[in-house]
Write a protein that binds this ligand. Structure first.
Ligand code: BGC
Length: 541
């Protein structure tokens, strides 16, 4: 064989070996290869790799998110959600859950109470002083612990042991013997998950959302007892005086100050509403086993509606909602929640970003490494971008670069695209929330004021139910708490505007009939009120 031929064969052999080892690398390290292809895509494919402009893509997102938000369509969705709520009022084991709290506070309850609050991202232990309606409720002391992902993954009793550790620390701070005396120390618990209430102070664990694993292995067990058992391991002598869902705590905290309060709303990591509702409208099976005489004195009862679970098959979903739902730990469990709350807004925006990078050249076609993981784009960034009205969006660029790993700074065009995406996502959230609130308000009107309510089908649009009435009794203030409703820039105002449009359309004589009123620190304050009400009731029986 001639020397040049040998050289060519040698080269071919080398090329073949390189191809084999490249294939091996692809098989053994697919993620590395994915990263490699991201980084190289632009140089490989040249200018034609962009299939559409960022503006075109933003227009599509905008259309998909805004299409369902006309007033007639929202009224139609509200009517359908109301029908779902009515169904669940009869039989559902996980929503429209009646508590044992029938009496709202009189406002004269006094005392200092230990309040625990398990929220979606913080656990708080607080001492609250109530001095009657005319004095402000006082937070004497509070300790807050962040519930990070590691804690959320604690299963069953491990989570209660973690809680007991924090209770122990807080009580030691108050006094060496506090919570270790002969008499058990009474406490109340605000639980931001569904509970199947079995008394004012007890309830059975139901599946938990928000990424918590604590219900694994504890569903159906008694919530208060689980916590007391964990406290006993630390020699704490405590008893549970009241357990309430956080939405009910919000209602109680506001009702203590304003006796006309009948509804509350939470919109933070999760969402929910509580409502003071006539007992006779609720299916008998929903009450479980209660003392016969309970029904004699309880004419209304505080219901934990678990509103997050409504809206499935009614509220239109985009392809990004669909991905979020399909890849969720509990698909379809909380349809409304997955489209409107602090836990999910950032993830919806991230999923849109991923597609925009792939198909419209966002960030020069390179997805920052730090954005690859689900839930890696925090809703606080969404809020920040939306608030930044500067032309250069320089502070948004700085925040993004601080929180994420960009090989090169995002362009102003990229930032404008992101801002628009954040706006449409949060606007739809405010509109869907308003739709849910409107359906709950209409339901309350139907049951509380049956004679003054006439359902007329509009001739032009048979889908739209118009409810005529002149009663100002239908005006409600809704106590609201949670980071999104109270802190996300402009969110509450947008939601209020949608509510005004919906109520004006469905009840032409009721202008601004539904008012959202912020209720700060309502979980810890409300649970203290719940303990005070429970103590007062025990004394009178
Ligand atoms: C839970 C509710 C809770 C709400 C607000 C939802 O995910 O299911 O029980 O009230 O979040 O915290």
């Amino acid at each position: 064989m001639s020397a040049p031929l040998v050289k060519v064969l040698h080269r071919l052999q080398e090329l073949f070996q390189n191809m084999v080892s490249a294939l091996e690398t692809m098989i053994l390290f697919p993620s590395f290869f994915r990263g490699f292809s991201h980084r190289r895509r632009k140089p490989f494919l040249g200018a034609h790799w962009r299939r559409r402009s960022l503006d075109d893509f933003a227009d599509e997102v905008d259309t998909l998110f805004s299409a369902p938000l006309s007033t007639p369509k929202m009224i139609d969705m509200s009517n359908k959600i109301r029908a779902q709520i009515r169904d669940c009022l009869q039989n559902s084991p996980c929503c429209m859950l009646p508590s044992y709290t029938h009496a709202l506070p009189s406002g004269s309850e006094k005392g200092t109470y230990l309040a625990l609050d398990v929220g979606g991202s913080t656990f708080r232990v607080a001492l609250i002083e109530l001095s009657g309606r005319d004095q402000e409720m006082r937070i004497v002391r509070v300790s807050s612990s962040y519930i990070d992902n590691k804690v959320k993954l604690l299963e069953g009793t491990q989570f209660f042991d973690w809680m007991a550790g924090h209770i122990d620390t807080m009580l030691k701070d108050v006094g060496a013997d506090y919570g270790r005396g002969k008499e058990p120390l009474s406490m109340g618990l605000s639980w931001s998950f569904p509970i199947d209430q079995t008394s004012v102070s007890s309830g059975l664990v139901i599946h938990m959302g928000k990424g918590f694993h604590c219900s694994n292995g504890t569903v159906g067990q008694e919530l208060g007892q689980l916590l007391i058992d964990s406290c006993e391991k630390r020699n704490l002598n405590v008893e549970m005086a009241a357990i309430v869902n956080d939405s009910s705590a919000t209602l109680l905290s506001r009702a203590y100050v304003d006796p006309k309060t009948r509804m509350s709303l939470i919109l933070g990591t999760g969402t929910n509403m509580a409502i003071h509702f006539p007992v006779h409208e609720i299916g008998q099976s929903k009450f479980g086993v209660r003392p016969e005489d309970w029904f004699e004195y309880a004419k209304n009862v505080v219901i934990n509606t678990e509103m997050s679970m409504f809206g499935g098959g009614v509220l239109p979903m985009t392809r990004w909602d669909d991905i979020l739902n399909r890849t969720h730990l509990r698909p379809d469990y909380q349809p409304l929640e997955y489209m409107i709350t602090g836990r999910y807004l950032g993830e919806i925006v991230r999923l849109i970003i991923v597609e925009a990078v792939e198909t419209a050249g966002l960030f020069n076609g390179e997805l920052p490494h730090s954005m690859r993981e689900p839930y890696s784009f925090d809703t606080s960034i969404v809020a920040f971008l939306e608030e930044d009205s500067s032309i250069s969006l320089a502070s948004s660029a700085a925040l993004l670069q601080k929180e994420h790993t960009f090989p090169s700074s995002p362009s102003v065009e990229d930032l404008r695209f992101l801002r628009r995406i954040c706006q449409v996502t949060s606007r739809r959230a405010a509109a869907y929330l308003a739709t849910g609130i409107h359906s709950m308000w209409c339901l309350r009107n139907e049951v509380e004021f049956p004679s003054s309510t006439t359902d007329l089908l509009s001739k032009e649009s048979p889908e739209v139910t118009v409810i005529e009435s002149d009663s100002s009794a239908k005006n409600v203030s809704i106590a609201c708490d949670g980071t999104v409703i109270n802190k996300y820039p402009g969110f509450r105002d947008t939601c209020q505007r949608y509510l005004d449009q919906l109520s004006a359309q469905s009840h032409p004589s009721s202008v601004s009939a539904i008012r959202l009123v912020p209720a700060h620190e309502s979980a810890i304050l409300g649970v203290a009120v719940a303990v005070a009400v429970a103590v007062a009731e025990k004394e009178t029986r």
